[in-house]
Design a protein around this ligand. Structure first.
Ligand code: PLP
Length: 382
């Protein structure tokens, strides 16, 4: 980021950051957020403390958004939800909960995964393992190896899975693959730890949550870390939640008091402002409709840029080796080139990516797509 800022080149391209950008290169405040925020501030009478669990109406709405209104786990009172400071806060509380319940459990992370997973989960003392997930050269999931690796996990180990829009690969499990993974989790008595940071960025709010809903229907326990940083654009307000599903209502109550204890011991209580905005949007139909429309516009913009870039690369290279960019989901894909090529893209072409060649498709604009495609084709040797 510092190198990008320091580069005086007029047409430099930033594909490195992890945030959404619109066609003007801005990370906008959504209109629904602006309206809800005003209503929240107008109605607010105090800045007194909230509780460790956060806002009840926020937690209930998040549970419904993620699991769906009529999910059996909710009907059977097996789910408990804690408002958390962003998806990161939810991941950390989830990790602490696993650590307290099963100190010797390992958490399996996908290889590759988002760079913050290891510190967020490993720094509480849990052992980390990796499962092969994706081959950046063939641009395909390494699904058989994934199953093979997880087969060797011990009962009680947790498996962190990106619920949709995998970061950094953009490659998600198919419905059949989710089923096969769920079978394995059930058979090996492994605990799914699902990271939902991009609900609505893949296909729709409901479709992106569908794999989670199916997993939770089958398995006795699950943890779900939810983030509203991207889909509500509330990054700095730190809005997220941890949903924990337990075997029965009694255990869910015990888990809940444990989660509250963990929250109190780390940050006491979550920040209120962003969650108050989100709760208002979830509850009021006009605001919610506006949100769904704005979310769809963000998703479509990224999908359009994916198609445009893949199409331009097909024209330039005369082949389809970049077609994966069109078919993958969410903001990120791995270009699949060496660190040296990433450096050349930066030094020669002023195109910035992370060193693993992760590109943020929200950095692509109609005016820079040809420039980027030509540079990618030149430096990837295809
Ligand atoms: C995969 C993944 N999980 C979780 C998060 C958590 O985000 P936040 O703590 O900003 O809500 C992110 C953010 O980039 C992410 O990419």
């Amino acid at each position: 980021m510092a190198k990008y800022r320091a580069d005086p080149f007029k047409d430099k391209v930033d594909l490195g950051v992890g945030i959404y950008r619109d066609l003007s290169g801005n990370t906008p405040i959504l209109d629904c957020v602006r309206r809800a925020e005003k209503e929240v501030l107008d109605a607010q009478t105090t800045k007194s403390y909230v509780s460790a669990a956060g806002r009840e109406e926020f937690n209930a709405a998040v549970e419904e958004l993620v699991l769906g209104a009529a999910h059996p786990a909710r009907r059977d009172k097996r789910a408990r939800t804690l408002q958390a400071p962003g998806g990161c806060g939810a991941l950390r509380v989830g990790a602490e909960l696993i650590k307290d319940a099963a100190p010797n459990a390992a958490v399996f992370l996908s290889d590759p995964t988002w760079g913050n997973h290891a510190p967020l989960i490993g720094d509480c003392g849990l052992k980390l393992e990796r499962y092969p997930y994706y081959d950046p050269i063939s641009h395909e999931l390494t699904f058989e190896q994934m199953l093979h690796r997880l087969q060797a996990a011990n009962p009680g180990d947790a498996v962190l899975i990106h619920a949709c829009c995998h970061n950094p690969t953009g490659a998600d499990l198919s419905t059949a693959q989710w089923q096969a993974v769920t079978d394995l989790l059930e058979r090996r008595r492994l605990v799914p730890f699902l990271d939902l940071a991009y609900q609505g960025f893949g296909s729709s709010l409901d479709a992106d949550a569908a794999p989670i809903r199916a997993v939770v229907e089958r398995l006795p326990e699950a943890l779900i870390a939810v983030s509203f940083s991207k889909n509500l654009g509330l990054y700095r307000e730190r809005v997220g939640a941890l949903i924990v599903v337990s075997e029965n209502a009694e255990r869910a109550d015990a888990v809940n008091s444990h989660m509250l204890h963990i929250a109190r011991s780390i940050y006491s209580m979550p920040p209120d402002h962003g969650a108050a905005i989100a709760a208002r949007i979830f509850a009021e139909a006009p605001l919610r409709h506006e949100w769904v429309r704005e979310l769809e516009a963000m998703r479509k913009r990224i999908q359009e840029m994916r198609s445009l870039l893949a199409g331009r690369l097909a024209e330039i290279t005369g082949g389809n080796s970049f077609d994966f960019i069109r078919t993958q989901h969410g903001m990120f894909s791995l270009l699949g080139v060496s660190r040296e090529a990433v450096e050349r893209l930066r030094e020669k072409h002023h195109i910035y990516m992370t060193s693993d060649s992760r590109m943020n498709l929200a950095g692509i604009m109609p005016h820079n797509v040809t420039y980027v495609a030509e540079a990618f084709a030149a430096e990837s040797g295809r």
